[in-house]
Design a protein around this ligand. Sequence first.
Ligand code: COA
Length: 163
Amino acid sequence: MNRELRPLRWTDIRTAYRLACDPDERREARDHSLPTFRGHLRWMWRWVGGGDYLAWVILDQGKPAGLVRAESSFTTWRLWVVDADVPLREQEMSIVLFPAFRGKRLASWAIREAAEKLDTRDGSITAYIRKGNRASMGAFRKAGFRFTGRVIEGLSQFVYGED
Ligand SMILES: CC(C)(COP(=O)(O)OP(=O)(O)OC[C@H]1O[C@@H](n2cnc3c(N)ncnc32)[C@H](O)[C@@H]1OP(=O)(O)O)[C@@H](O)C(=O)NCCC(=O)NCCS
């Protein structure tokens, strides 16, 4: 098994664009429209930049097989015990593989590997998955996510590493 996650860089622009245009990826994404290359350039600026946007290329035997990423956002939670608002971070993960690399348990491996790289001290890692997307649910479950019972805008919420 020769698998690796490598941070996304500018030279991955074509690989990332091909993945973004994958029909299954578009069907499962929040925005179903096909990205233009210009729109993809803006996407790359955000995701290569780091910070709240972390992305890794999944390499299988040295070949680009897909992309796994996590986007951070903050929500304020009221903590009644101390009567204060506390910022909690949510890191939303998503993954896409080229069709030729699916069905080899590569997704569950990459999701777990990426989740372990994320800092969870101030929040949680989540994934939002469409009901019929059994491959994605299977991969996230195997990687240590569980369904929270919440469905938001038709997407089931999963969270990493909690009972
Ligand atoms: C989602 C995706 C990354 C999963 O990749 P994958 O290679 O099929 O995933 P894995 O091989 O790791 O499979 C994970 C588990 O789900 C199961 N699974 C895969 N396809 C399935 C299907 N159609 N129905 C039911 N279970 C399925 C597998 O059997 C596996 O469990 P197992 O190891 O116990 O057999 C891939 O299908 C993809 O790129 N889809 C398009 C984009 C997408 O939907 N992204 C998710 C958005 S959050």
